[in-house]
Design a protein around this ligand. Structure first.
Ligand code: UDP
Length: 322
């Protein structure tokens, strides 16, 4: 099959491309490299089944080839990135989603949106299942991301209903692994980067807020299963093993022989206090659940960052917007 993938040079996008190439598919990979990195897809550029087009999906898109699947992953996904580029973030969720949906309609292709657990905002229900409608601040600093993804989900459902388009929506919870940018501000690369430099780990707030971390290979497997299912309503994809950020910091410290200290910093506004996916729907519909444990995933990720410390892609944003 031929896939069009936006955000292909990003962290998750590049792993999706790898998996699809392994499975023998063709792909047209789109990225404007605002937060993606050419180095993430460098190894695919010489493959005749992989074509890279550097473009912004918010501009009208014309692809002459036939297309079977359209995946819209393009997004500024880390809080540091979207706080620095709020308008681009809103644009990729709104205009970008619309352009990709129009492409899918023209090509009679199936469509998949990668949405987010941020649709639940600072949730009042725990764990979060797909039936929960969320608690989102519509005008806060995170709203550019949360609301554009909520709009994107509404747009996908409208295209599904009006055009009979076969669509899927994945609500992705915190995911980590090789190819995250070391300084994109997210907690996994932030703590690993700090540990490798022998710096204190910056825990925001008192560290009691919780997250659960899904290894990227598990997530990609879930996305591909979902893209072949007929479920149009959102499906959570994430790892249900929950821990506080302080516990996570200690897990990282243990890997570096506890020689690293902890420095508490102010909690960013609207930072969700609790987050854990209810993955019963994904289990039931897709037979999917994560297989890689946090210790296994962290070993692979730390190893990657250690090997690539100097050559590591560095996010093109500063931390000043935190
Ligand atoms: N966090 C932290 N220190 C950091 C980066 C993040 O304590 O250096 C916290 C952050 O406040 C949040 C959690 O870790 O509660 C996960 O943050 P991340 O930016 O990875 O993603 P989020 O889940 O907030 O989208």
């Amino acid at each position: 099959m031929r896939y069009v993938i936006s955000g292909a040079a990003g962290f998750i996008g590049s792993h999706v491309c790898d998996r699809l190439i392994e499975k023998g598919h063709e792909m047209i990979a789109l990225d404007n490299l605002i937060t993606g990195h050419r180095s993430n897809i460098e190894h695919l550029l010489s493959n005749s089944r992989f074509r890279f087009i550097e473009c912004n999906v918010c501009a009208p898109l014309d692809i002459p080839d036939s297309v079977d699947r359209v995946f819209h992953l393009a997004s500024l996904a880390s809080p540091v990135e979207y706080l620095q580029h709020p308008i681009e973030t809103l644009e990729s969720g709104s205009t970008g989603t619309r352009n990709m949906l129009d492409l899918a309609v023209r090509k009679n292709a199936r469509f998949l949106l990668t949405s987010t657990s941020e649709c639940y905002g600072d949730p009042l229900e725990h764990p979060q299942s797909e039936t929960y409608w969320g608690n989102v601040n519509p005008v806060g600093l995170r709203s550019c991301y949360d609301e554009s993804k909520r709009y994107a989900e509404a747009l996908v459902m409208a295209y599904h209903r009006v055009h009979n388009l076969r669509t899927n929506i994945a609500r992705i919870f915190n995911t980590y692994g090789p190819r995250m940018a070391l300084n994109d501000g997210r907690v996994v690369p932030a703590f690993i980067d700090q540990s490798l430099k022998g710096a204190n780990l910056t825990v925001f707030g008192d560290g009691s807020q919780t997250r659960s971390f899904c290894f990227v290979s598990d997530l990609v497997r879930g996305l591909l299963l979902l893209s072949e299912s007929d479920e149009a309503y959102p499906v959570n994809l994430g790892n249900p093993v929950e821990m506080s950020i302080l516990e996570f910091a200690n897990e990282i410290r243990a890997r570096f022989h506890n020689s690293i200290g902890i420095e508490f910093k102010p909690l960013p506004s609207d930072d969700p206090k609790l987050r854990r996916p209810d993955i019963a729907k994904a289990k039931r519909l897709l037979g999917w659940e994560p297989e890689v444990s946090l210790p296994e995933g962290l070993t692979i990720t730390i190893d990657y960052f250690r090997r690539n410390q100097d050559a590591q892609p560095v996010a093109s944003v500063s931390e000043s917007t935190r």
